[in-house]
Design a protein around this ligand. Structure first.
Ligand code: HEC
Length: 112
């Protein structure tokens, strides 16, 4: 009886792990789809500089930076210049929703 209980809880733990794993994989794909849908890829490529820095370069620059998520969400919303060069990024808000921007920033930061 006691053994049954233990093995049942173990399989629930595995099940939850599976759901979480699948969820974050979907989040990753969603970030890329949103970057295409919202026109970010006109200026940003995965692995080479276009008008703006590549998503991989951005991810490397902010690796381990605990305030990067908030900084980058604000930057994408309002636009700005001076971090990567002189070319400005135009404001992406309100054209792109804050929820979409957050998903794309999380996806970008997770690339490296
Ligand atoms: C018209 C071109 C253009 C478009 C469209 C554009 N960006 Fe940018 N982006 C830039 C440029 C240029 C920079 C570099 C700005 C700088 O040097 O501070 C940049 C920088 C960034 C950065 C890094 C900011 C920093 O301070 O390090 C992120 C993240 C980013 N863009 C995400 C996005 C997302 C997400 C979208 C789509 C919603 C988008 N960009 C659309 C041109 C663009």
């Amino acid at each position: 009886m006691k053994n049954n209980y233990i093995s049942n809880s173990l399989s629930s733990v595995c099940f939850i792990g599976l759901i979480l794993g699948a969820g974050s994989a979907m989040g990753a794909a969603e970030g890329e789809v949103l970057a295409q849908k919202n026109g970010c890829i006109a200026c940003h490529a995965m692995d080479k500089k276009l008008v703006g820095p590549s998503f991989q370069e951005i991810s490397k620059k902010y690796k381990g930076d605990s305030v990067a998520q908030a900084t980058l969400i604000a930057k994408v919303k309002a636009g700005g210049t001076g971090v990567w060069g002189k070319i400005p990024m135009p404001p992406q808000s309100p054209k792109v929703s804050e929820a979409d921007i957050k998903t794309m920033v999380d996806w970008t930061l997770g690339l490296s």
